[in-house]
Design a protein around this ligand. Structure first.
Ligand code: RIB
Ligand code: CA
Length: 313
């Protein structure tokens, strides 16, 4: 079967980095048409820089990286340096990238690619706030039915929020954009905190990356060593959730995950619950299902896949 064509929309972020490495280490399953950066964990200038650092680490200085939206549709940008550090990739020392940033705006790349590729052959993989995706849909509604599927990391139900009591960060930063995407009618797979919090970077799992003896393996171990301190202090957990790689792992081995096809809507009105993903898990409303909302993961198999594929780079 031909590899799946995807666009990764991202706000690196250590966990975004692991997701991108997993994708680039899986050419038989995934063809990355381009990487679009969005403001999120850190400002756009840094997410666009970090995306190129990660591509060069993977030996893919040929990858096309595009800068997208530098702020949410309606709110001022909220960033997460408290989790990811000032650079967004804190942990190991890294050199600036030498590969170029594409001149084309990320939103124009998304529109152009979806118009050029055959209908239903491109999957969008947002790993950050949904600003780029929503802007593309607003600017070119004709591309919406051309999207094969959107597989995104965002939201929460049983796990509730990680940036406010009610909301997960990616949705919270740009709830208006999320509402556009969740209402667009594109087949949608959602990796919420409910599943990512079951994929923790325990010590043996981090050491398995270090034991690869490769530079990508070493960097992943260093990034997770840094990234996990926040969640371990906050939740008292044995490691941090590796959120974004769940999106890419789903494309490679969907059977790693379990969930329900339910209605999920986005709170955009109340300041108290801004960005909440109102997931009708128990189907108590008559609202039509619009998302495969994941809740379970085979975490050991997930980490085996990560180590195996990143070990190829
Ligand atoms: O809430 C977790 C999400 O927010 C992840 O995508 C992380 O990288 C940040 O973007
Ligand atoms: Ca992210």
């Amino acid at each position: 079967m031909a590899p799946r064509k995807i666009i990764i929309d991202t706000d690196p972020g250590q966990d975004d980095a692991v997701a991108i490495l997993l994708a680039l280490g899986s050419p038989e399953d995934i063809e990355v048409l381009g990487i679009t950066a969005v403001a999120g964990n850190v400002p756009l200038s840094l997410t666009a820089k970090n995306a190129r650092i990660i591509c060069e680490l993977a030996g893919r200085a040929d990858m096309r990286v595009f800068a997208g939206c530098d702020r949410p549709l309606a709110h001022t940008l909220v960033t997460a340096e408290h989790v990811h550090g000032k650079t967004g990739l804190d942990g190991p020392q890294m050199d600036d990238p030498t590969m170029p940033l594409q001149d084309q705006h990320a939103v124009d790349f998304i529109i152009e690619t979806l118009r050029a590729e055959p209908v239903g052959t491109v999957t969008l993989c947002p790993l950050g706030p949904l600003t780029n995706i929503a802007t593309a849909f607003q600017r070119a509604p004709d591309i919406i039915p051309r999207v094969q599927e959107i597989v995104l990391m965002g939201g929460a139900y049983f796990e509730v929020g990680n940036i406010t009591p009610a909301a997960e960060f990616n949705i919270y930063v740009d709830p208006e954009a999320a509402a556009i995407v969740f209402k667009a009618g594109v087949p949608l797979v959602v990796m919420p905190l409910d599943v990512t919090h079951k994929a923790l970077t325990t010590r043996p799992r981090v050491e398995a990356f270090r034991a690869l003896g490769t530079r990508p393996g070493h960097m992943v171990a260093e990034w997770t060593d840094f990234f996990e301190r926040f969640d371990m202090e906050k939740y008292g957990s044995q490691g941090a959730p590796l959120h974004d790689p769940c999106v890419i792992a789903y494309l490679i081995e969907p059977g790693l995950f379990t969930g329900r096809y339910i209605n999920v809507e986005i709170e955009t009105v109340s300041d108290l619950t801004r960005g909440m993903t109102v997931a009708d898990w128990w189907r108590v409303t008559s609202r039509a299902p619009n998302a495969m909302f994941m809740g379970g993961i085979d975490a050991d198999a997930f980490y085996r896949l990560l180590v195996s594929r990143i070990g190829r780079l």
